[in-house]
Design a protein around this ligand. Structure first.
Ligand SMILES: C[S@@+](CC[C@H](N)C(=O)[O-])C[C@H]1O[C@@H](n2cnc3c(N)ncnc32)[C@H](O)[C@@H]1O
Length: 234
């Protein structure tokens, strides 16, 4: 397996940044709370049903799945009932939230740049809201790691926001109002340097990591938030 090029200090910075994000997730600043209530509603009524139905389409019930970058696990309630899920995140605070919401699910602290301990253990892997936080070169490294944890014939499902997704536009508007008009200095969400811009872009990342694109969908079911990508180990 190809080793990741991420150094220990990069991993530490990543962990600290995300841990601070998750620790601050519950604090009571008004802007944050309003944003969280909206985001929670959105995830529960739009994102969770979409994720659940795509995973049911791609994997047999009882398949062993890795949620790589599981965060607080808000959308996993139904998924963990249908599949054998291992939840993985770099942030201990995220995993604490995940375990409180999804008791009994195996939860591990690990870095998606180094998944060597999980080689060929899973039928599938999924995540949402993760890939856009990395550069194109990092995305290919991460996808190679994803490939290595899959059994032959394994698949991945990635929910990845497009450049012109509704939530992306909404966040731009909210940040504009908070920071330019109200003159606060607030970043509600970690930066997202690589959103989906074309099928060709996605096929390029996947091919470089040994995957073949199965399908790519974008539509009203989640109010045009995520591109749903399904790919298989080539
Ligand atoms: C925006 S959150 C998405 C959470 C979750 N998938 C959801 O939407 O319900 C991105 C998650 O990726 C995790 N993450 C970021 N970099 C990571 C890394 N290198 N290894 C593992 N997890 C990572 C963060 O801690 C965070 O929980």
């Amino acid at each position: 397996m190809e080793k990741s090029s991420t150094s220990n200090s990069d991993a530490e910075t990543l962990r600290n940044d995300w841990d601070v994000y998750w620790a601050g997730h519950q604090h009571d600043r008004a802007e944050r709370s309003i944003y969280d209530v909206g985001a929670q509603f959105y995830r529960r009524y739009l994102i969770e049903p979409l994720l659940t139905s795509v995973l049911a389409r791609e994997f047999a019930a009882g398949s062993k799945l890795l949620h790589a970058g599981c965060g607080g696990g808000e959308v996993d309630k139904r998924v963990v009932a249908d599949f054998r899920v291992t939840a993985l995140d770099i942030s201990p605070n995220a995993l604490e939230l995940y375990k409180a919401r999804n008791p009994g699910v195996e939860a591990v602290i690990a870095n998606i740049f180094d998944l060597s301990e999980f080689r060929e253990k899973f039928d599938g892997l999924y995540n949402l809201g993760v890939m856009e936080h990395f550069s194109p070169a990092e995305i290919v490294e991460i996808l190679k790691q994803f490939n290595s944890v899959l059994k032959p014939g394994g698949k991945i499902v990635l929910l990845w926001p497009p450049v012109y997704g509704l939530s992306v536009i909404a966040l731009h508007v909210i940040h504009f109002v908070l920071n330019r008009i109200m003159r606060r200095n607030i970043q509600l969400h970690p930066l997202e340097p690589t959103k989906v811009s074309s099928r060709r872009q996605v096929e390029g990342y996947l091919a470089a990591a040994g995957f073949r694109l199965r399908s790519m969908q974008f539509g009203p079911r989640d109010a045009f938030t995520y591109v749903v990508i399904a790919a298989e180990k080539a």
